[in-house]
Design a protein around this ligand. Structure first.
Ligand SMILES: [Zn+2]
Length: 123
C-alpha cells in the first residue's frame, strides 16, 4: 500500500518541520499510545489524540510538504503541533516495522540481570 504521504512524511522531514520542542512533546503522546482511531481515507490521515482534551488531527500531502491541522489552538496555525507530531509518528511506526536489534534487546535486559545478580548476593 502506497499513499501520497509516503513521499512527504519521513522521520527526518517530520523533525525538520516540527522543530525540537514539538517533536519531543509529540513523543510523549505517541509513546503511551494516546493516539487512537487512526484511519487513512483519500490520502488524508485522521486520528484522535488524548491529551488534556481530545484533539482531532488531520495530515495530508500538500505538494512536496505535509499539510496538517489539529483542533488545538496551536494546530490552527502554520506550525505543526505536538498532537500532529504524535499522529505522524504513529503513522510512521505502523508502516515501518523496525525489528528490535539484538544489541538493543541486550541493553534492555542488562539492568534486570544486574539487579537479579545483586539480589542473589543478599540474604
Ligand atoms: Zn494539536
Amino acid at each position: 500500500m502506497s499513499s501520497a504521504l509516503d513521499r512527504v512524511l519521513t522521520n527526518d522531514a517530520l523533525r525538520d518541520m516540527a522543530g525540537f520542542r514539538a517533536f519531543r512533546d509529540g513523543h510523549t503522546y505517541f509513546e503511551p499510545d494516546q493516539v487512537y482511531g487512526l484511519e487513512e481515507i483519500d490520502d488524508t490521515v485522521s486520528a484522535k489524540v488524548l491529551g488534556l482534551h481530545e484533539y482531532h488531527v488531520k495530515l495530508w500531502a500538500d505538494g512536496v510538504v505535509m499539510g496538517h491541522a489539529c483542533s488545538c489552538p496551536v494546530g490552527q496555525g502554520e506550525d505543526i503541533c505536538k498532537h500532529g507530531v504524535a499522529v505522524a509518528l504513529t503513522w510512521l511506526s505502523d508502516r515501518n516495522t523496525v525489528p528490535v536489534s539484538p544489541d538493543a534487546l541486550q541493553r534492555e535486559l542488562d539492568p534486570i540481570k544486574t539487579i537479579t545478580t545483586f539480589l542473589a548476593t543478599q540474604d
